[in-house]
Design a protein around this ligand. Sequence first.
Ligand code: NDP
Length: 328
Amino acid sequence: MNRQFRAILISKTDKGQSLAFVTFNEDDLMPGDVTVAVEHSTVNYKDGLAVTGRAPIIRHFPLIPGVDFAGTVTASGHRLIKAGDKVILNGWGVGESHHGGYAGLARVKGDWLVPVPENMTTADTMAIGTAGYTAMLCVIALERQGVRPEDGEILVTGAAGGVGSIAIALLAKLGYRVAASTGRPEEETFLRKLGATQIIDRGEFAGPVKALAKARFAGAVDAVGSTTLANVLSQINPEGAVAACGLAQGMDLPGSVAPFILRGVKLIGINSVTASPTRRAEAWSRLSRDLDLAKLKDLTSHARLDDVPAIAADIIAGKIRGRVVIDI
Ligand code: NDP
């Protein structure tokens, strides 16, 4: 059966990238052993870059963007997945080089899929999305470095964004004191409700970088990179750790090695896209246990496929609070 469904399609010509809402044929999807009726997707920062064309995220044209989706399996040739299963897809190049989640149907490799945790709906999993799953990977990385709640405060940068807001909720539930760095003071109430105990103006991390500044955080989750990350590293306590996952400010790192060699600070890189199935399963199992679903609801808004281009522009402009679920 060649079903038809609505999708966003990004094409490229000599004049640049263009976006269209199209009716797409199931037969034109890329190869894969599992077909999923997509119920929800989301807009991550990377989707913002892809949809607006601000960075060369899409590597195959024309392409259906959307790096995340969740839905119900309609057909499967995979030994562990059957029709009717609820599944999640995060990353693996979907929405970059393989047709993605801004569509009614998706066909992917079954090995890329994770089951929806029992206590969650497909909408919950997209409220988490790659941003929230990456926040979980960051928290696990800090734990692996031995950062404990009693060691002191954890700084979260890009606090009002997707990674930041979920990182705050997770860390607070796990008993950490959380300092939230934001450029949006109007989000103080929102951030405190998620569990932040201190709000810091992100301007504090925007100035010239000292090799070592006063040590004041036991660890950090950084979604921002650049001067912010360099300043954060210079303020981490001896033997503390920073999980770095983002580049909302920039890809550079204008700092020094002083925090590493004089304080034993660890900088842990987080890449969610190609994380192994074992790490993904661990992250989703931890999310189902350690994320307060009432807080998740507070930080989530819902929108439709037609809204994706506007939301993509807003996320790149740093205007999106928390997470946006796209109801397909
Ligand atoms: P959001 O846009 O939701 O959040 C980013 C936040 O960063 C903004 O809300 C803002 O927070 C802050 N910010 C934006 N611009 C600047 C700036 N110029 N200087 C300082 N702070 C800034 O994006 P996500 O949370 O979805 O993603 C955050 C980053 O993490 C992105 O770079 C994304 O690509 C990356 N990422 C990486 C992954 C990986 O696997 N490594 C996976 C997922 C995301 P505020 O308003 O509070 O200041």
